[in-house]
Ligand binder design. Structure first.
Ligand SMILES: Nc1ncnc2c1ncn2[C@@H]1O[C@H](COP(=O)(O)OP(=O)(O)OP(=O)(O)O)[C@@H](O)[C@H]1O
Ligand SMILES: [Mg+2]
Length: 266
């Protein structure tokens, strides 16, 4: 796991490395049984005055200019915006995969910036599912093992992990692709594996970055319907970044990133 090859070279190396680091941290983390009660149990994820500026070398890009957001249990929120407006950047901050330049993110009332890496990893594993824009599946593992990974990290029994993973893979239409590695899957199949991995733990909140961007209309509709169904059945909040207006319209709230700020679309 120290020098992983990154799936098909499509992803920024830094984010790929961060993902592998996260997996390694989670693997080291002790299982968690009880969490401190949150200040307001209905709020899963909360962000205040988030700004993000990339300023490495000659680069100086101010992407987010003061984002406030609260995600409540079970609600569905679409985030739309032009390419380059900062949607992926915002999701990474909400998921603790990157740190804001200023402002704060709380997951169940706990400020991510104040937690040690292992504790942050444990909170993420327990409460968040993430569908990356470029999937970030582990190339050495089968679809089944990729989906089972968050449960394996929780140290559930291998049989239990495999059963849950195969059940959800079947739900996204991949019953006959479980032993395939990511390189042996189509783009849309990889996307569905990534969605299955985010949902398999029944997290409190799924952060999904263009989760159906590689799927044809009818697969996108049915996979998204499944995400909504699972979200509703298990009280999972869903934060969806999308360019697809018809998917955005199926969410309870629609927000748009404009000039680094979130505005309500309806
Ligand atoms: N690591 C980085 N260093 C410098 N600039 C960055 C970095 N990551 C993102 N950016 C810049 O921040 C802006 C927002 O990027 P982001 O990936 O969040 O956009 P997006 O809204 O998700 O776009 P898309 O719809 O194309 O996926 C872009 O202009 C991008 O060039
Ligand atoms: Mg993006």
């Amino acid at each position: 796991m120290n020098n992983p090859s990154i799936e098909s070279g499509k992803v920024p190396a830094a984010l790929g490395a961060a993902h592998y680091r996260m997996v390694a941290e989670l693997a080291d983390a002790a299982p968690e049984n009880v969490l401190d009660p949150a200040t307001n149990p209905a709020v899963v994820l909360s962000a205040q005055s988030l700004t993000k500026r990339f300023s490495e070398g000659p680069l100086n890009v101010s992407v987010l200019q003061g984002v406030d957001l609260q995600i409540r249990r079970g609600e569905t929120v679409a985030i739309v915006g032009a390419s380059g407006s900062g949607k992926s950047t915002l999701l990474h901050l909400l998921g603790g995969l990157d740190a804001p330049t200023s402002g704060a993110v709380q997951l169940h009332g706990r400020d991510l910036a104040h937690l040690r890496a292992a504790e942050q990893g444990r909170l993420r594993n327990r409460h968040l599912g993430f569908v990356y824009q470029f999937h970030h599946l582990l190339p050495e593992f089968s679809a089944l093992d990729n989906v089972a990974m968050p449960l394996t990290i929780r140290r559930l029994a291998p049989m239990e992990c495999a059963e849950a993973a195969s059940k959800i893979l079947a739900m996204v239409g991949l019953a006959n692709r479980m032993q395939h590695r990511p390189s042996e899957l189509s783009g849309g199949e990889r996307q569905r594996v990534a969605i299955a991995r985010a949902l398999v733990t029944r997290p409190d909140c799924v952060l999904a970055d263009e989760p159906t961007g590689n799927l044809d209309r009818s697969s996108a509709d049915s996979v998204f319907a499944l995400m909504l169904e699972l979200a509703q059945a298990h009280g999972i909040a869903l934060v969806l970044v999308t360019h697809d207006a018809s998917l955005a319209a199926r969410c309870k709230r629609q927000l748009q990133l404009v000039a680094g700020r979130l505005v309500s679309v309806r």
